[in-house]
Design a binder for this molecule. Structure first.
Ligand code: PEP
Ligand code: MG
Length: 898
């Protein structure tokens, strides 16, 4: 086998599609050589060697690769006319890690490797600059000590031992800047650095370039297994077997005087996506100086430079003298860089992020990769490249990272303002967006100020209206499928949930976060995209949903097989979702309708009455409300199917807990307050999620089912009379046995027939069920006999399959995730191997009886890209998700089908 791939001088043994073997960086270094981009010669040790090293040890790795590395080093020496350790013409190299995906936490870079007391003389002679030679040597010992010999302190607060030595010398000499060190100072630093190495590691600093090289190579391999890298892999589900490659490359110097420079550039604007080449550089500097923020980097293009000066408040005079662009300082090299960037973008057909160095008037590229970008830039670049004929439609669509579209749908924080904001706490990014407002603790106080943030331990359906009024919602408890999170996402409202550090005392109306106390009216800001809670006001801006977004959506429609519906409970939500391209409603949770205004009273009357007559009387009051709601929703979704789910949550969620309300209710019903309280305590359950809810309610109180069925059918008939086509789909929740469904289906069908008779007209409707109890999935063939459609309720199915309470999992899920026991929150990302198997089985068994059975999903997973892909693979007809996730699901569904 071959373990080392060389490149240089327009030739390369590897190429771009060998990322798995050579890592991203190595594959692109090879490719750049092949397309005639100037790259310093070097070689890549493959990822397989990393695996051998980690599994079989150092000796095994050395055995397989030693000869090849020697040959590869000689090739660098030949191409550059240098020799390892030579006192006249030493060969210096850089050593970098490079996995197949870029990965934080791994060893980054060692520069100037090969320097020792002899080689430093050679560099001094060659460059004619003794100070430069010793500065390079000093940097090398420091970098090598930090990253290879492990002397870099773990925490940012601890000072680097080498920096400490430099600070001491500055103090001794009464100077302030590194640039003020003389050659003699630098020589002294090298000595002191090496002493520090001996003291800390117990070994002398390696002088032999070969020993240096192997040390650095092994350090790269070791860094693959360090805690941070392991953690990162776990988080993303990347296997350890991937390994990292090692790139060794001849050094080029951007710090050899005024004809040398170094910089980073993007072929397009990574923030806006505009097709404008841009970047920063510094004359007479080495790589890390540009990003280290010691000197102000200068803009590469003249246009960029002028724009920068305007923003920074720098006059044109001053700009020209102190911060000129590369276009002005080195016009010929600028032109060459321009043509290289064009070549690279045309070759890779994606926006590139590049690193370059100019050594004494010669341009070298050190790296190219697909650049990271914002959601807006992602959309613009994909559509621009499509329209420029660089990529085809499928490629353009695959360039869209569905979740990133979210950034385009909600108000966002002003980037600068956010960077300055003080982070108070962090919770779950439950519903994206940015919100700034004054703290209120009770839903009915959400309109006390113009902009409020509703702060609750957790929310309940009673808080609905207040949640709608507030700008954002912060809860101390609850996960991604907690009430607050689900409802907020549906509303497109910013929400941070489960922020454990937030302590709320409703009695004293005080929120405490660490040392900070907040009372009603205090300003805070929420970042629903990161879960961060900021102190005070942070400036927001509304994002611009331009035409490119629409073009992406059209592409999605062109390539998708599944359709995308929405979960919506109000005509407004339905309209929002329709504007985002939803084709129907996959879940209308009717219980939400019982909370508004006067209806809650009738609802409570129904719950508290102890006779069937009493309940029917109350239900008669509710009927017109429900019918009206359904008419509104059907109308908003004209022409599309609307799935209405019958009442699901346990009744005690509707009863009043405040004494005043209890009293009022008692008076209205003409019973004693004690009777009210007794009834309320009767309704209390130890485990409501597994208690008296779903179709169990409809079976104990058939009149509820009858009323809801009547409201649905009457609404549809009323619309029909107005010439509006609807297709109601009545859905029974929480079915576990076919007998439950049969029972409810009987009531629904009988009611429908009754209404048809009364009205002298009919409509088509479907009758189906949720599959959200494991037993329903297991017996889906029986259930399908009674159902026109299935809708997988993966929230409950996850809860019951894993045995994790939706309401309480927030206590242990973070720990499970930290320990890698779970890779992802199963309430956010469908557990494909477990819960997903039940979904797959449910589809197969259901369709074994009814091949055309319509099947969808309406759990939160319906808007999560990897889960959507799974839904496509098991043959679902549609996914349904909250309105603001509709665009995300549309793109994910199309991608799944490409
Ligand atoms: C589900 O369980 O997945 C579902 C959609 O219903 P709910 O979240 O209302 O229980
Ligand atoms: Mg459910």
């Amino acid at each position: 086998a071959k373990y080392v791939y060389t490149f240089g001088n327009g030739k390369a043994e590897g190429k771009a599609d060998m990322k798995n073997l050579l890592g991203g960086k190595g594959a692109n270094l090879a490719e750049m050589n092949l397309i005639g981009v100037p790259v310093p010669p070097g070689f890549t040790i493959t990822t397989e060697v990393c695996t051998i090293y980690n599994q079989q040890g150092k000796d095994a790795a050395l055995t397989v690769v030693n000869g090849e590395v020697e040959r590869a080093v000689s090739q660098i020496e030949e191409l550059t006319g240098t020799k390892f350790g030579d006192k006249d013409n030493p060969c210096l190299v850089s050593v970098r890690s490079g996995a197949r995906v870029s990965m934080p936490g791994m060893m980054d870079t060692v520069l100037n490797l090969g320097l020792n007391d002899l080689a430093v003389q050679g560099i001094a002679k060659k460059s004619g600059n003794e100070r430069f030679a010793w500065d390079s040597y000093r940097r090398f010992v420091q970098m090598y000590g930090d990253v290879v010999l492990g002397m870099k302190p773990e925490s940012k607060e601890d000072i680097d031992p080498f920096e400490a030595i430099m600070d001491n010398l500055k103090e001794e000499k009464g100077i302030e800047l590194d640039t003020q060190f003389t050659t003699e100072d630098l020589k002294l630093l090298v000595i002191r650095f090496k002493e520090a190495v001996l003291k800390v590691t117990g070994k002398s600093f390696p002088d032999d370039p070969w020993e240096q090289l192997w040390g650095a190579v092994y350090a790269v391999f070791d860094s693959w297994m360090n805690d941070r890298a392991v953690y990162y892999r776990k988080m993303h589900g990347f296997p350890a077997e991937w390994g990292t490659a090692v790139n060794v490359q001849a050094m080029v110097f951007g710090n050899m005087g005024d004809t040398s420079a170094t910089g980073v550039a993007f072929t397009r604007d990574a923030a806006t996506g505009e097709d404008i080449f841009n970047g920063e550089y510094l004359i007479n500097a080495q790589g890390e100086d540009v990003v280290a923020g010691i000197r102000t980097p200068q803009q590469i293009t003249l246009e960029g430079s002028k724009r920068w000066a305007e923003l920074a408040g720098v006059s044109e005079e001053e700009r020209k003298t102190n911060f000129p662009s590369l276009e002005e300082t080195m016009p010929a090299l600028y032109a060459e860089l321009m043509s290289v960037q064009e070549k690279l973008e045309n070759h890779y057909k994606d926006m590139q992020d590049l690193e370059f160095t100019i050594q004494e008037g010669k341009l070298w590229l050190l790296q190219t990769r697909n650049g990271k970008r914002t959601g807006a830039a992602m959309v613009k670049i994909a559509i621009d490249m499509l329209e420029q004929g660089m990529i085809d439609e499928k490629t353009a669509l695959l360039r869209i990272e569905p979740n990133k579209l979210d950034e385009l749908l909600h108000p966002v924080f002003d980037t600068e303002a956010m960077a300055k904001a003080h982070v108070l706490a962090k919770g779950l990014p439950a519903s994206p967006g940015a919100a700034t407002g004054q703290v209120v603790f009770f839903a009915d106080e959400a309109s006390n100020y113009e902009n409020t943030i509703l702060v609750r331990i957790e929310t309940s359906p009673e808080d609905l209206e207040g949640m709608n009024i507030a700008r954002g919602i912060l809860t101390a408890r609850g996960g991604m499928t907690s009430h607050a999170a689900v409802v907020a996402r549906g509303m497109g409202k910013c929400c941070v949930s489960g922020a454990g550090a937030v302590k709320i005392d409703y009695k004293t109306r005080v929120m405490t976060i660490g040392e900070n106390k907040f009372v009603e009216g205090d300003w805070i800001s929420l970042n629903g995209s990161t879960g961060e809670v900021y102190e005070g006001k942070v400036k927001t801006k509304t994002p611009d949903m331009g035409g490119d977004f629409g073009k992406v959506m059209d592409l999605a429609d062109k390539f998708t097989r599944m359709s995308v519906r929405t979960n919506a409970d109000t005509p407004n939500d339905a309209q929002v979702a329709r504007n985002f391209g939803a084709k129907g409603i996959g879940l209308c949770r009717t219980e939400h309708m019982f909370f508004e205004g006067e209806r809650i009273k009738a609802m409570r009357e129904m719950i508290l009455s102890s006779t069937k007559e009493g309940r029917e009387k109350a239900l008669a009051k509710l009927l017109p409300y429900q019918r009206g709601d359904f008419e509104g929703i059907f109308e908003a979704m004209e022409g599309y199917g609307v799935t209405v789910r019958l009442l699901d949550p346990p009744l005690h969620e509707f009863v009043p807990h405040q004494q005043a309300t209890q009293k009022e209710l008692a008076q209205e019903m003409g019973i004693s307050i004690d009777a009210v309280r007794t009834k309320i305590s009767e309704l209390e359950e130890f485990n409501p999620m597994l208690g008296h809810r779903g179709c169990r309610l409809g079976i104990t109180y058939p009149e509820i089912t009858a009323m809801q069925a009547r409201a649905i059918i009457e609404a549809a008939l009323n619309l029909k009379a107005r010439g509006i086509a609807t297709l109601p789909e009545i859905m029974v929740p929480l079915v576990g046995t076919v007998a439950e469904l049969k029972h409810q289906a009987n009531i629904i069908r009988n009611t429908a027939e009754k209404v048809f008779e009364e009205k002298g007209d009919r409509i088509d409707y479907l009758l189906g069920t949720m599959i959200e109890i494991p037993r329903a999935a297991l017996t889906a063939d029986h259930i399908a006999e009674e159902a026109d459609f299935f809708s997988f309720g993966t929230n409950d199915l996850t809860q019951m399959t894993l045995g994790y309470s939706r309401d309480d999992a927030g206590k242990f899920l973070p720990i499970y995730l930290d320990n890698g026991i779970l890779k992802q929150d199963p309430f956010q990302v469908l557990d494909q191997n477990g819960v997903g198997q039940l979904v797959k089985m449910g589809v197969e068994r259901g369709r074994s009886v009814k091949p055309k059975l319509k099947v969808g999903i309406c759990g939160e997973h319906g808007g999560e890209p990897s889960s959507v892909e799974f839904c496509d693979s098991v043959g679902l007809d549609y996914v349904s998700c909250s309105p603001y996730r509709v665009p995300i699901a549309r793109v994910a569904a199309a991608q799944a089908n490409i």
